[in-house]
Design a protein around this ligand. Structure first.
Ligand code: PLP
Length: 401
């Protein structure tokens, strides 16, 4: 029997890029499986377990027959209400529970939004480096990603001038994320205001991804654009979820908060796609968002310490330059200064090479910037133990010395 060729796939799916991180990830996993002591800087998820009170709420829900049934497509009414209240508590944005749609993670919530808002040929402005799923999801909606490059010199923040230069009659939306994955950048309040005013003035939708809202460090402060610039609210969708704040990546609960017409569109779509998010996971999310923020305060303190270790040790590496990450749990150093060096019998000529060589020589796994629209950079997650973090960075130092 012949194996199915790529041509059996729809043109739509053929156009989606495989993750540039897959090759290195597969290699890291293969090395680990072969018993190698690999330090993983690749994972974009907290290393903490989900707090006990959340797990206990889910355990109780498992035994409740009411939780063995479908819920409304938009989510458990109590969860939608609690998300509206949590949004007011945490960012100051006043929303109705009816504007909230609970989805299978922030990733799914974003997919819903692009499907609901973006028509074929519509342009979406996406500051680069960007999280890998944005352009692929925009493509799946028929839209066109217009990437706006930023770099270490500007702390990875896009300017109104850049946005204005990219604006065309087809510009439908701006994807805004602060704190950012992969760069850890956090926009100061005045820049959020300037960008929000620009979007409102030109009738451009803002999709603001607030999934790292609680993970900001030092003097950085999280600013929610629709709060800072109320004029954007009529064309604004907020994306959020429990994954990063409560160490709940595996529970798969996120949400969108959108104006009523967009919410109606998302509900229509979701009712045909998933019916609803697992009830048990929704009950866990309810316990998370209606509980306090003590657990995240402890996690934030831990990440902050690791962030400072990572920033200091990365900048001490020859050929590596790292802006100070201000949020999330990623550092995003430039490794261009290592190009041309021969290490482990290979000459480094790209971030992909750098990651490949460091995995072979130092047994350290990192994600190359190519997949984030940022050749020359690598992403390092510091959501791992202090001991592993230091050991991994020591190994890089030894390989580069
Ligand atoms: N947005 C950003 C910027 C992310 O980094 C992630 C996860 O890595 C998500 C959204 C989606 O998170 P989840 O689908 O786990 O809720």
């Amino acid at each position: 029997m012949s194996s199915p060729s790529q041509s059996v796939l729809s043109a739509r799916i053929q156009a989606v890029q495989e993750s540039a991180t897959l090759a290195i990830d597969a290699k890291a996993k293969a090395l680990k499986a072969a018993g190698e002591d690999v330090i993983g800087f690749g994972a974009g998820e907290p290393d903490f377990p989900t707090p006990d009170h959340i797990v206990e709420a889910a355990q109780k829900a498992c035994a409740d027959p009411a939780m063995h049934r479908y819920t409304p497509a938009g989510g458990l009414p109590a969860l939608r209400e609690a998300i509206a209240q949590k949004t007011l508590r945490d960012s100051g944005l006043e929303v109705q529970a009816s504007q909230v749609v609970v989805a299978n993670g922030g990733k799914h919530a974003l997919y819903n939004v692009f499907q609901a808002l973006v028509d074929v040929g519509d342009e979406v402005l996406v500051p680069a480096p960007y999280w890998v799923s944005y352009p692929e999801q925009i493509k799946l909606a028929g839209g066109v990603t217009v990437a706006l490059p930023t770099g270490v010199a500007t702390n990875f923040r896009v300017t109104v001038e850049q946005l204005e230069a990219a604006r065309t009659p087809r510009t439908k939306a701006l994807l805004f994320v602060s704190p950012s994955n992969p760069t850890g950048a956090v926009y100061p309040h005045d820049e959020v205001v300037a960008i929000g005013r620009w979007a409102a003035e030109h009738g451009i939708w803002v999709i603001t991804d607030e999934i790292y809202e609680h993970l900001v460090y030092g003097d950085a402060r999280f600013t929610s654009m629709p709060v800072a610039v109320p004029e954007v609210q009529e064309r604004c969708v907020v994306i959020n979820g429990v994954a990063k704040t409560y160490a709940m990546t595996g529970w798969r609960v996120g949400w969108s908060i959108a104006p009523p017409a967009v919410t109606a569109g998302i509900l229509k779509l979701q009712s045909h796609l998933t019916s609803n998010v697992s009830n048990v996971a929704q009950v866990a999310a309810l316990a998370a968002v209606s509980g306090g923020l003590d657990d995240v305060a402890i996690m934030r303190e831990t990440y902050d310490r690791r962030r400072q270790i990572a920033h200091r040790m990365l900048n001490a590496l020859p050929g590596v330059v790292c802006a100070e990450p201000q949020g999330a749990f990623y550092a995003f150093p430039s490794v261009e200064g290592t190009y041309g060096r021969e290490i482990g019998g290979r000459v480094i000529g790209s971030a992909m090479d750098f990651c490949d060589v460091m995995l072979d020589v130092a047994k350290v796994a990192m994600v190359p910037g190519e997949g984030f629209g940022a050749p020359g950079y690598v992403r390092i997650s510091y959501a791992l133990s202090d001991a592993d973090l230091t050991e991994g960075l020591d190994r890089l130092a030894a390989a580069l010395s």
